[in-house]
Design a protein around this ligand. Structure first.
Ligand code: G3P
Length: 223
């Protein structure tokens, strides 16, 4: 099975839902078809189902709650995300943090419904802790660089290679994504040279004037 090398988190940016969100997904699909680089998207919940139907892209939820079906209200169920067409989910994004116990339960529940797990971490220690749950991916994102336009690849290369070694020592099959401030093919190339298997990014694509051009450049950096 091939996993995405580039995942775009649409967050709750105005440019990321409805018509605007669809044009980003369309651009991602074109670039994936043209380059062969697998591009995943993480749109808002409302767009999971339409986007998973309209585009041949792997679609991820931005979060799930660590709950099982039953008497609960207002939670995001792993099972519902699967039935909406998602193949995986982010867990513990810096903007939607969970306790360690809840990360553990969310990963366990996701696995039980065959949802790929991308556990986000903020430093090398949390990357090591998350590796103990053997998720499909760990996405290391230094919070201070998120949305800054300053790339983790150049501003904090050590956090990438140290997370890669920490993770691979504990869970050899877990892939590591690097994120925060990624905006160009060069950022992607450097992250991969540092041992990352791919990148997770948001503003560089979602807020771009021409997402297709940025995605083409990003895909060119995949090594
Ligand atoms: O989930 C990706 C994200 O937190 C990184 O954001 O805008 O720095 O690419 P950005």
């Amino acid at each position: 099975k091939r996993f995405p090398e580039i995942i775009i988190n649409f967050k709750i940016y105005t440019e990321g839902f409805g018509k605007a969100g669809h044009s980003i997904a369309k651009a991602a699909e074109m670039v994936m078809n043209e380059t062969g680089v697998i591009i995943g998207i993480a749109p808002g919940y409302m767009d999971l189902h339409p986007m998973s139907v309209h585009y041949s892209l792997p679609v991820y939820a931005q979060h799930i709650d660590p709950v099982k079906p039953g008497a609960g209200t207002g939670h995001i169920l792993a099972d519902a995300v699967v039935s909406a067409g998602a193949c995986g989910t982010l867990i513990n994004h810096s903007e939607k943090r969970l306790t360690l116990a809840d990360v553990s339960l969310a990963v366990e529940i996701a696995k039980s419904v065959h949802l790929e797990t991308i556990v986000c971490t903020n430093d090398v220690f949390t990357s090591a802790a998350a590796a103990a749950f053997s998720p499909e991916f760990i996405a290391i994102e230094p919070p201070e660089l998120i949305g800054s336009g300053v790339s983790v690849s150049t501003a904090d290369p050590g956090i990438i290679n140290n997370s890669v070694s920490a993770v691979k020592n504990i869970s050899g099959d877990t892939k590591v994504l690097a994120g925060a401030g990624i905006h160009s093919g060069n950022c992607v190339k450097t992250a991969m040279e540092l041992g990352a298997d791919g990148v997770l990014l948001a503003s560089g694509v979602v807020k771009a004037k021409d997402p297709y051009a940025v995605l083409t450049d990003l895909a060119g950096g995949v090594i």
